[in-house]
Design a binder for this molecule. Sequence first.
Ligand SMILES: [Zn+2]
Ligand SMILES: [Zn+2]
Length: 318
Amino acid sequence: MRNLPAEPSRGPASAESDALQLPSGAAVAVGLVVPIGERTGGAARLDLRPGRRPGVQPLVRCTAVEITVLGKSPAMPDAGGANSGYLVTEDGFKLLLECGTGVFAQLRTVCEPPAVDVLLITHMHADHFADLLPYGHALAYPYRDSGRRPRLLLPPGGRQPLLQIAELFGMGYPIDGVFDVEEYDPDEVAAVGPFTVRHSEVPHYVRTWACELSDPQGGRFTFGADCAPNQGLVEFAGDTDLLMLEATEEVVPDVPEGDVRGHMTAREAGEMASQAGANRLALTHFSDLLDPQVVIREGQAGFGRPVELVQAGARFRV
Ligand SMILES: [Zn+2]
Ligand SMILES: [Zn+2]
């Protein structure tokens, strides 16, 4: 039996997000921050293994909502990166928001897999849920003696396809035997551990729900999931403390009439955050093929204020 749970290594408490200034010459506004990391080839990278953060001292107990980015890649994973995955913690409670390809390996660098209390999935695209399969394997076999069965909160209609995929792929265990699988009611405001969770449907290629996690102190983290620009999310995110929005598109796509738009540009994300009156905006789900300075510049042009870029290993506090 494994020792459980292992606390994730924690970063400095000196700022609301771990910050690394872009190199001099970056054409961005004063006040811009991007996450802590070792810069490799122009991208911020961070070794997540406990004890592998040079110069970082462990935090004393932190009761604020803390979001650790395990992966932020769009459908094509970044080189060496992972798809969507964000570990949201509050006073020891662990909620994994999204579990795309590569996320499980990153999760293992910050905590033991059975130590996660709840998993929450916004929509059934592989870059948001595919690593539920290796996660289930871990719970079914290497960690079978843990006695833990994390709650898995799927979007409406998500349960049956996931069970079928696990069976088709020959995983050899029932997903609903290792997770406590539920489909959430997106119209319901739910208490999930210390969090109050709300959902709002957003326009995407499949049915998708943005979500908000708020803590007992009132801090609000709003996650836009994958979506085209939309007024509903502006209203849902009104005055939020931290709005995390995708910025998948490099330019506004030319979508034939009648076809669906499913993503947005950094500038559109900035404009939505501005309309929502968000206190902070973090841009995510953009490819490493894009120039991060351009993503930031476009986001700031829309937001009218500095924005933060999401990178693997970054941590945000609300
Ligand atoms: Zn996605
Ligand atoms: Zn998607």
